[in-house]
Design a binder for this molecule. Sequence first.
Ligand code: FES
Length: 95
Amino acid sequence: MTNDKTIHVCQNRTCRKQGAKEVLAAFEALPVSGVTVKGSGCLGQCGNGPMVLVLPDRVWYSRVHPREVPLVVEQHLKHGYRVIQMLYYRFHSQA
Ligand code: FES
């Protein structure tokens, strides 16, 4: 399939303080075929974490809570619709 994706879950200091480890674990607990989950270094958006970046879609999610991960998996990773209410305001206009 050509819709392979990689989920980058920032594991650097600031995001970790905000719960990024649990967010990474939540993604790892819900594997999706064609989707790779990776803990990443700082994504340059400290303070808005835990930050999650979906590539190649270039979709950013901010302040992700482990409870929200199943929604991202179901809606975005399985069905291709970004989760509007979780988008990172800096990179996604929600107008
Ligand atoms: S520590 Fe996560 S974006 Fe910098």
